[in-house]
Design a protein around this ligand. Structure first.
Ligand code: ZN
Length: 375
């Protein structure tokens, strides 16, 4: 009897049901702790008053008010189905035999990987091997478009019909939820929520755009960039890195209970986001400036050592002058970084109108969905 009861308990515990919350469908493949965190995040996004509105976010994200309910609406029009890390997307995606008509727009071109002038060592920055999040919606849509057949993904209790990248099918991984070294263990902290939400917004942007620009796909980072030769940069002025990072900036500005550690983490993550935006004018970007500061600092440290050892007054005066000059350069470049981070230079703006067949959820409807879930 006891054995049977244990078996029953084990079965009922593993039989986790899929869930709908605030307009988002969570597949059974998403771990319950992850669903709980994402549900809280959606509520945070919806309910947190946004006193400071980021004008760049409004303009580049195509928003009107930038308030929580609108940000939530923006998101659920782009992210509708969430599956877990172990969900086999390929095995669960089917093609309908009957041909269908797709919009008569060109297919996206392959992205060109820059040729390295030296042996391609693995970048030191590529240490993060955790899956954070991915959005296969655009890729699946293009696959179907090429074959003129409709694809759909079978979830537990739902079917995601890929008639547009706006189907909003995304996969979340451990990387989105693991402890960030600098943030401490409390993954429910607002800093974490902002980090996850801006990642969701980044992924949401991948469902926009049409024709050659479908899905706002990433571009390869140029040589010399910390992510050189990796598909982790952006030449569009209103792509996923831009919109996701601007959302992070606004949410951080409106966070009244973020700790210093959370703020520091988010600020460096914002600088990282902006460093991925490619500027066609070849002007300094955050990464170049940081490298220059590092070089100045190295020279500064060497001079400083010399100053400590030197006993000749004229030499000391000379070194002191050099040190002051270097300090001035460092200060100027730091100010340039601050300016760049606070207002990234706008590059090419791409028409974000999505392709294919999809239904837009009105603001009123998304508010109803959220209010129903909050009851
Ligand atoms: Zn992306």
């Amino acid at each position: 009897m006891r054995k049977r009861l244990l078996l029953f308990l084990a079965l009922s515990m593993s039989a986790q049901a899929s869930e709908q919350f605030g307009g988002v469908f969570f597949d059974t493949s998403v771990e319950q702790v992850q669903i709980n965190a994402l549900k809280k995040d959606l509520v945070y996004l919806y309910n947190t008053p946004q006193k400071h509105i980021d004008q760049d976010l409004l303009f580049l994200g195509g928003l009107k008010t930038g308030q929580g309910p609108e940000l939530h609406n923006w998101m659920i029009n782009r992210l509708k189905y969430i599956v877990g890390e172990d969900f086999d997307l390929t095995a669960n995606t089917y093609m309908v035999k009957k041909p269908v008509v797709y919009p008569n727009t060109p297919l996206p071109l392959p992205k060109v990987k820059p040729k390295l002038p030296y042996a391609n060592f693995k970048s030191a920055n590529k240490v993060n091997s955790f899956v954070v999040m991915s959005n296969p919606s655009g890729g699946f849509y293009v696959q179907g478009k090429k074959k003129k057949r409709l694809l759909f993904t079978k979830l537990d209790g739902a079917r995601a019909v890929i008639s547009s990248p706006r189907v909003g099918l995304v996969q979340v991984g451990q990387g989105l939820f693991r402890d960030r070294d600098k943030l401490g263990k409390n993954t429910n902290a607002p800093g974490y929520a902002i980090y996850r939400l801006s990642t969701l917004i980044h992924e949401g942007r991948h469902t926009d755009g049409s024709g050659v620009d479908i899905g706002f796909r990433h571009d390869y980072c140029p040589l010399g960039h910390p992510f050189e030769n990796t598909n982790a940069c952006e030449s569009a002025g209103n792509g996923p890195y831009t919109v996701g990072t601007l959302a992070k900036r606004q949410l951080l500005r409106n966070c009244t209970n973020c700790t210093t550690a959370e703020k520091t983490f988010l600020l460096s993550s914002i600088a990282d986001g902006f460093s991925r935006l490619l500027r066609p004018d070849g002007g300094s970007n955050v990464v170049d400036l940081e490298k220059e500061i590092e070089n100045h600092q190295m020279i500064y440290n060497t001079y400083e050592k010399h100053l400590g050892l030197s006993k000749i007054a004229s030499e000391k005066a000379k070194i002191t002058k050099e040190l002051a000059g270097l300090q001035k350069k460092i200060t100027t470049k730091k100010a340039q970084i601050t300016a760049l981070v606070s207002s990234p230079k706008r590059t090419q703006i791409i028409n974000p109108t999505p392709e294919g067949y999809f239904k837009t959820i009105s603001l009123k409807d998304s508010q109803l969905l959220m209010q129903r879930s909050l009851k």
